[in-house]
Design a binder for this molecule. Structure first.
Ligand code: NAD
Ligand code: ZN
Length: 380
């Protein structure tokens, strides 16, 4: 049979394959994984100390202190430790302020930045790394591929799992002035090294453990139910969901085995989302974050109250896991909302065009008309 090579056919297939716009996916360069693996961080840092100023910049979730850090890794007198306040999620303003603080301590480029904490701390580490080499303000790089230089060598050490921030090419930032919630989406944002030590998660409060863990479950099913698909992303998502089921249907969701499984789910979920999009839950959740200041992962769980008609199987499974673990999910968040508030909420939802096309197709605005949006937020 004559099998002629047709470049056009090849390109059409290729373009459909990764229609998320990311054709050449980048993963984290290296990972250390295992209970107690934080002790291996010292060896990685010893090798880095020969670079640039030799200083290590530690960004530490406020739950941990310097004594705790010194019990895990050697801290030199020239190293810098900054605690990250997680009461608000990172904003371009908070990142600019942190960069100014660091520049006031040293004008030299650190040998490495180590972010130890949850999504807030990991995203702060990514953003600061980028700004120290690219200059300017965080707002200049909110968008896609706006950075021109690699950031400072950066290491992520998650202490709570689910967002996948340890694996993704973004760091989510809100601009308080414009209301824009958008990350620095760039290959330069991906960590050079991560350390996945499930023992670090043991101290997370139970409800928070569930809210953050569920981010992996939710963005994985949103990707799998969406219009933009690719087979590698699908495999990551399927496995992440399966691992989440094992964790959240277990008797002890915070057992040693379960912490390992959730850390794995979070990483795989982060890899999945790199070549795909979230769906309807995330835009609803983002509207709760922007308008009511609810943190991302809790806002996702609240938004799950409204999506039965769109994701019936996952809705049922999610609420089964909530019940099994006895988790409190707030209700009635929009109870005092008036018409104007619902218009504002609708605008905040509709700005997430790509996830909505992914979930509902190009006619998403007609589906999410004013009555529908009122109905959905009233269920929350
Ligand atoms: P977080 O950083 O918001 O932390 C949640 C809470 O848990 C904080 O109070 C923190 O102090 C505490 N905590 C963390 N580790 C702990 C531990 N081991 N013991 C006790 N307490 C601990 O957590 P998160 O839910 O992982 O992150 C949410 C952030 O991640 C949001 O800003 C969101 O926008 C972002 N995010 C980023 C991406 C990405 O791809 N970059 C994806 C999704 C979400
Ligand atoms: Zn999320």
């Amino acid at each position: 049979m004559d099998r002629k090579f047709n470049l056009e056919d090849v390109l059409i297939n290729y373009n459909n394959l990764l229609a998320s716009g990311i054709k050449n996916a980048r993963n984290v360069t290296r990972y250390l994984a295992g209970a107690g693996s934080i002790c291996e961080l010292d060896e990685v840092l010893s090798q880095r100390r020969a670079h640039d100023s030799g200083t290590i910049l530690f960004l530490l979730d406020e739950f941990f202190d310097e004594r705790w850090l010194a019990s895990k890794v050697r801290v030199a007198s020239s190293d810098i430790i900054i605690n990250i306040d997680t009461s608000d999620e990172p904003t371009v303003q908070s990142i600019d302020a942190l960069v100014a603080k660091i520049r006031a301590i040293t004008t030299e480029i650190p040998a490495a930045i180590v972010g130890i904490g949850g999504g807030c701390t990991l995203d702060s580490a990514k953003a600061i790394s980028n700004l120290l080499t690219n200059g300017g303000s965080a707002a200049d790089y909110q968008g896609w591929d706006l950075l021109t230089k690699p950031g400072v060598f950066k290491i992520g050490v998650p202490t709570i799992s689910g967002t996948g921030a340890e694996a993704t090419r973004t760091c989510v930032l809100t601009n308080k002035r414009t209301g824009l919630k958008l990350g620095m989406n760039s290959d330069f944002t991906v960590f050079d090294q991560i350390v996945l030590d499930p023992n670090l998660m043991k101290s997370v409060p139970r409800d928070q453990f569930f809210y953050t863990g569920m981010d992996a479950y939710i963005h994985s099913f949103e990707a799998l139910e969406g219009n933009y698909r690719n087979f590698i992303g699908d495999s990551f998502s399927q496995q992440a969901m399966q691992l989440c089921r094992e964790v959240f249907l277990a008797d002890d969701m915070m057992g040693s085995k379960e912490c390992e499984l959730l850390m794995s789910a979070s990483y795989l979920g982060g890899c999945a989302i790199a070549t795909s999009y979230v769906g309807l839950v995330h835009p609803l959740s983002a509207a709760l974050s922007v308008n009511y200041g609810v943190h991302h992962c809790l806002a996702n769980c609240i938004a799950m109250r409204a999506v039965e008609e769109f994701y019936p199987i996952q809705y049922a499974e999610f609420w089964m896991m909530v019940e099994k673990q006895g988790i409190f999910i707030p209700k009635g968040i929009c109870i005092d909302a008036i018409e104007n508030d619902f218009n504002q909420l609708r605008n905040s939802v509709l700005m997430h065009q790509k996830p909505l096309v992914n979930a509902l197709g190009e006619k998403y605005e007609a589906i999410l008309n004013s009555d529908k949006v009122f109905e959905l937020f009233s269920m929350m």
